[in-house]
Each structure stands twice: as structure tokens, then as C-alpha cells.
Design a protein around this ligand. Structure first.
Ligand SMILES: [Zn+2]
Length: 123
């Protein structure tokens, strides 16, 4: 288990990341609103508008996903279960948590999880 000061450090990273994501999402929404207000003169503009909005949407979705994971990690810190693999219960190495503070699986379980996910997606 990471010790208290290590957890505090990771919590700080999570909180900063959370603020960044919230700002990014707000900016994306503002950009999309701005695009929607602009007059669409021809097909080319429309194509650009659609692809920009689509990209923004993809980024926002990805960020919302990360935001959920950050929230989950913060709850775990509060509950004292942070840094434990959701699947097998081993302590996630500190190096992995530092690289990805919202990791919920150890490296091995992550590999299994991704493998299963890819397999399901193909079927
Ligand atoms: Zn595990």
C-alpha cells in the first residue's frame, strides 16, 4: 500500500487533473456552441463543422470517461481502499499509480481485461 504522503501526492495529481478536464470540457462546449452560431455557407463549411464537432465530441467523451475514473479513485482514497487492484486484490505498484493515478487494475489484470474486451468486441 502507498503510505499517507504518497497517497496525498497522488490525490493532488488526481484533483489537478480533474480541474484540467473540467476546464477542457467547458472549453470544448463553448467552441461547439460558437461553431453552431456561425452561418454555414456551403458544403465544405458544413463538412468542417461536422468533423470538428465530431472530434470535440470524441475528446469530451474520452475526458468524461477519465473524469469518472478519477472520481472513483478519489472515493477509494476516502474509503482507504485506494491502490488495490479491483480484480485480484493485490496492491498496485506505486510506479504504476504515479504513471496512471486512476488505475484500478494491476498490470496483469489490465492485460487480461483488455484481452477480454478485445475478444468480446470481435464476437
Ligand atoms: Zn490484479
Amino acid at each position: 500500500m502507498p503510505n499517507k504522503s504518497q497517497i496525498d501526492e497522488l490525490k493532488q495529481i488526481l484533483l489537478e487533473r480533474k480541474v484540467n478536464i473540467l476546464n477542457n470540457i467547458n472549453n470544448s462546449r463553448a467552441n461547439i456552441d460558437q461553431l453552431k452560431e456561425q452561418d454555414i455557407n456551403d458544403d465544405l463549411d458544413y463538412a468542417e463543422l461536422v468533423s470538428d464537432s465530431f472530434t470535440e465530441g470524441m475528446i469530451a467523451n474520452h475526458q468524461l470517461d477519465e473524469l469518472n475514473q478519477i472520481e472513483e479513485s478519489l472515493k477509494k482514497i476516502a474509503a482507504g481502499t485506494y491502490g488495490i487492484c479491483d480484480m485480484c486484490g493485490v496492491t498496485i505498484p506505486l510506479g504504476r499509480l504515479k504513471a496512471k493515478p486512476f488505475a484500478k487494475f494491476c498490470t496483469e489484470c489490465r492485460t487480461v481485461y483488455e484481452h477480454e474486451f478485445v475478444k468480446r468486441a470481435k464476437n
